[in-house]
Design a protein around this ligand. Structure first.
Ligand SMILES: C[S@@+](CC[C@H](N)C(=O)[O-])C[C@H]1O[C@@H](n2cnc3c(N)ncnc32)[C@H](O)[C@@H]1O
Length: 290
């Protein structure tokens, strides 16, 4: 009789996983994902389980906890205070100067230049960087405005920069960046950057920094924000939200835009279908038309 063919059981094929430092069950993951969604609109599909483990492990270590079940209990018992640190740990903060540069070319030609032409001096201009992370986005806008507008100090020009994450906001408000990250600032806009003696960091001049008002704002909550804005940048933020949340946000942003002004969103966030008040006017650039 021919010998039975040997087959490898799936378990024998799978690569053994290193034991985790903390117990982290599917139920833990689902419970934490639900809190992130309900509080910040952040959707965490099953595929993000390892990422969530990695980002929260440091928090467990700091607190001296042994499992994610303990952490869930701690989160419930410590309310808002821990919720803030939980969201800080979970949020994705990647950003850079002049990210998606075509937006800034458009901003110069279609926002700043018409403003300068209409107002040789004075004039009011309002820009919002919603989900500003560590500040490269609002500082990019400030460097542009400083370089492109004459007598900016005598004009009513303000940039509002908000984020849910208090850690990144603290860093953003300092206006100090690594020289490496500032290397992507074009020469034309480097006038307001000073290099440190060791060449490791750059500081944005106080006058330019002071064009920006930083504040914590959860986009899921009420917005204590008065428009109208001449441009809103909400880029690489809505990517973490589901479609209904994203659609609601776009409506709220549109309400705050002056008719004729602009919404810039991230490259992978384009709005599906036509919108009654927004017209696609370039790659991920929308203009309020009504
Ligand atoms: C990837 S960064 C984008 C930074 C910048 N806009 C850019 O495109 O380079 C996403 C930011 O959105 C923020 N964020 C996530 N959920 C938020 C919410 N519900 N309200 C406000 N900000 C949120 C995160 O804290 C994070 O700093």
């Amino acid at each position: 009789m021919a010998p039975a063919r040997q087959t490898l059981a799936p378990a024998a094929l799978s690569i053994p996983q290193a034991p985790r430092e903390f117990e982290f069950s599917d139920a833990d993951f689902r419970a934490l994902a639900k809190i992130a969604y309900e509080h910040a609109g952040i959707t965490l599909p099953e595929a993000k389980k390892n990422l969530v483990y990695g980002r929260l492990s440091r928090r467990l270590r700091t607190l001296g906890l042994f499992s994610f079940e303990d952490y869930r209990r701690y989160l419930v018992e410590n309310g808002e205070q821990e919720l803030e640190l939980f969201i800080n740990a979970l949020s994705t903060n990647h950003t850079k100067f002049f990210r998606e540069e075509h937006h800034f070319h458009h901003f110069v030609s279609d926002v700043v230049a018409p403003f300068a032409a209409a107002h040789p001096s004075g004039g009011r201009l309002r820009i919002w960087s919603a989900g500003c992370s560590t500040g490269e986005e609002p500082h990019t806008i400030a460097l542009i405005l400083h370089a492109e507008l004459k007598n900016i100090a005598s004009r009513d020009v303000r940039i509002l920069a908000t984020d849910i994450d208090t850690d990144v906001l603290r860093r953003a408000a300092q206006g100090v960046f690594s020289a490496e990250s500032a290397a992507s600032v074009p020469a034309k806009y480097r006038g307001a950057l000073s290099k440190s003696d060791d060449g490791e960091s750059v500081t944005v001049d106080r006058g330019v920094c002071s064009l920006i008002t930083f504040g914590r704002l959860n986009l899921m909550d009420d917005w204590p924000v008065r428009g109208p804005f001449d441009a809103i940048f909400c880029r690489n933020v809505m990517i973490y939200f589901d479609q209904p949340t994203k659609a609601r946000l776009v409506e709220r942003f549109t309400d705050l835009l002056r008719v004729g002004s602009w919404l810039y969103i991230g490259h992978s966030e384009s709005l599906i279908g036509s919108h009654p008040r927004l017209k696609l006017s370039g790659r991920t650039i929308y203009r309020r038309t009504a």
